[in-house]
Design a protein around this ligand. Structure first.
Ligand SMILES: Nc1ncnc2c1ncn2[C@@H]1O[C@H](COP(=O)(O)OP(=O)(O)OP(=O)(O)O)[C@@H](O)[C@H]1O
Ligand SMILES: Nc1ncnc2c1ncn2[C@@H]1O[C@H](COP(=O)(O)OP(=O)(O)OP(=O)(O)O)[C@@H](O)[C@H]1O
Ligand SMILES: [Mg+2]
Ligand SMILES: [Mg+2]
Lengths: 256, 256
């Protein structure tokens, strides 16, 4: 049976999509079967995995609205073992339309359970908000992984996010765990990164992953080629960090 | 009569709050009277202008819900000529509560018009979404300013945002203009920044401001001291860029 992860943080631009794409790719590279679900109307995860807008015919919107079962929305990416449910701006409409729907917060959970696919991991990329799309991801998830940019505003939002996760656990999804916090865009030339890292570890202890993702220009160049960093430049510091993250992720999951 | 600006972009982490805080401070520094309205539940603009959570008693939430008139929510900041309407996470509730309210998209517009304050400029910081909060800001605004991070994913979202602005102009606010696009976090060491800048100028011509905001660590350090970059380090490259931006902004506004 698969484990479902939501990659969430309402703070914008902290590396949710980048972590989704590159962690998923690194897990697939060690033989795991992974499904990424792009639940952000921006569709950045779909772009970063090589799908043009014109190539997104059946999307996450169709799954949430009930038009198709999840299995029908699954596409194979160019990475062996890595599948994707794409998204487009239509998903913006879902936020409004979901409000009047039955089981509006559980539609993704129901779709994932009904599909019962043979993936080892399902990883859901969330938009930078705590609305119905992120709620659907958190209700469907076994665990949430929080990318934390090493910047002051990002740290400020963390306690609000942790309270939200607690609330979701109490009201929607008692099984939801906090897998951990991954420090992203760490810049060793700048004190702020050190301070944020020390602060996060001080508050959260070993909930903060040992692996730290450095700021690395290759990571931000890769999406313009429709590729994960691991395919764009396997040996760069960014790729190596995400490979290390996947290893730590599996260790924490106690998966061989 | 004042001019109202929305600082908007659904892409996260592109510099909306940083531009709001530092443009407003630079305008106040040349004698303009400016009101910043923090319409993001993260409350980053409130933090960056020196207001702790405990110091935000009457907020943007109270204005949108109709509990208080706008004038009662206005606070003076430590910067002469710069006022603020703060925000807290309560604003998250407004997204849901506004749905059933009368004139739900115009509540900020009505509040600003009823208040008829003597500010020269009102600058509204938006959350990274195209929901009811951003809609309220765009319906209240005379013009929208779009910060564009010099990264691939940010450029990808720009056309979606421009279509949304057009739609708002047609359906909610026929006077809404696009003031322009400001390039942010430009890193001269990295080709990607040049490519994004060239691409944006190619598509939008002189709608892209001449002033480019460089990536500058002092800008990201300033919020942890509750100060705009101009107060934290007046001579850094970031502050100088925002001062130049304010001058170009006034020139484009044809204001002496
Ligand atoms: N480690 C890194 N080094 C350099 N650039 C990075 C890194 N991680 C992410 N980026 C870049 O920073 C920007 C923000 O990252 P990303 O889009 O993954 O964040 P996000 O949290 O998904 O954003 P949003 O809130 O809009 O969904 C992107 O342009 C991305 O390419
Ligand atoms: N020119 C710059 N140089 C360096 N860091 C910057 C610059 N502009 C913004 N930052 C930092 O980048 C991060 C994102 O900026 P900011 O929070 O202003 O973006 P935003 O668009 O308001 O984000 P959100 O979408 O979450 O509202 C912040 O930590 C900020 O301090
Ligand atoms: Mg994203
Ligand atoms: Mg912001």
């Amino acid at each position: 049976h698969h484990r479902v992860y939501a990659i969430a943080n309402q703070k914008g631009g902290v590396g949710k999509t980048t972590t989704t794409i590159n962690l998923a790719t690194a897990l697939a590279a060690v033989g795991k079967r992974v499904l990424v679900i792009d639940l952000d109307p921006q569709g950045n995860a779909s772009t970063g995995l090589g799908f043009d807008q014109s190539d997104r015919t059946v999307t996450a919107y169709d799954v949430l609205s009930g038009a198709v079962p999840l299995r029908q929305a699954i596409r194979h990416t160019r990475i062996p073992g890595l599948d994707l449910v794409t998204s487009t701006v239509d998903l913006l409409g879902a936020e409004i339309e979901l409000i009047d729907m039955d089981r509006r917060s559980y539609r993704m959970r129901d779709a994932v359970e009904a599909a019962d696919t043979d993936h080892d991991f399902i990883i859901i990329d969330c938009p930078p908000a705590l609305g119905l799309l992120t709620l659907n991801a958190l209700a469907a998830a076994d665990a949430v992984l929080i990318p934390l940019q090493c910047e002051f505003f990002a740290l400020e939002g963390l306690s609000q996010l942790l309270r939200t996760v607690d609330r979701i656990k109490r009201t929607f999804n008692p099984d939801l765990e906090l897998t951990g916090v991954v420090l992203t865009m760490f810049d060793k030339r700048n004190n702020l990164s050190e301070q944020v890292a020390a602060d996060a570890r001080g508050h959260l202890g070993d909930k903060v992953y040992d692996t730290v993702i450095p700021r690395n220009v290759k990571i931000s160049e890769a999406p313009s080629h429709g590729k994960p960093a691991l395919l764009y430049d396997y040996n760069c510091a960014g790729s190596r960090a995400y490979i290390a993250l996947a290893k730590e992720f599996l260790r924490r999951e106690r998966v061989p």
